[in-house]
Structures are given as C-alpha cells and as structure tokens.
Design a protein around this ligand. Structure first.
Ligand SMILES: [Zn+2]
Length: 80
C-alpha cells in the first residue's frame, strides 16, 4: 500500500498532520517516539511509533509526522 492508501485507511488528513523537517532522520524518529508525547492520529491514545510520510504525488509539500499507537501501527502495517 502506498502512503495515501495508508492515510486513507487511518482517515487522516495530511494537511493537519505536523510538519516534519525535510532532513528528518532515523534519529529524529527515535527522539519523537521515545522522548516526546504525541497522540495517536487514529485513536488519540499515546503514540508509541512515529513515521515520516510524504505525498508521492506532491499535492502537499514536504514531510509530515504520522504518530501512531502500537495497535494502529500494527493495523496499518498488516494491511499494507
Ligand atoms: Zn491508536
């Protein structure tokens, strides 16, 4: 599944997702996941995973953070 399919599955609106720095790396992902508190985009529980998503078609610019709890991360991953 591509990025947009995944966001569709989560009923996520990319333009409402937090903007990530263009040069965000694995280290930034780790820090966001471990040291920061964010709400899961799908259910509002505390997020334990962070993904960087980009629109392959360029209808929105740059990278966005996708914060998910483990349950929703697994749900998305298994349907991908
Ligand atoms: Zn969740």
């Amino acid at each position: 599944m591509d990025t947009l399919g995944m966001l569709h599955l989560l009923k996520a609106e990319p333009t409402l997702m937090p903007v990530a720095p263009d040069d965000a790396s694995g280290e930034d992902i780790e820090r966001r996941r471990r040291d920061e508190v964010h709400a899961c985009l799908a259910c509002g529980e505390r997020a334990t995973t962070a993904l960087l998503v980009q629109d392959p078609h360029g209808t929105w610019q740059g990278k966005r953070w996708l914060d998910l709890c483990w349950k929703d991360f697994t749900r998305v991953r298994t349907s991908a």
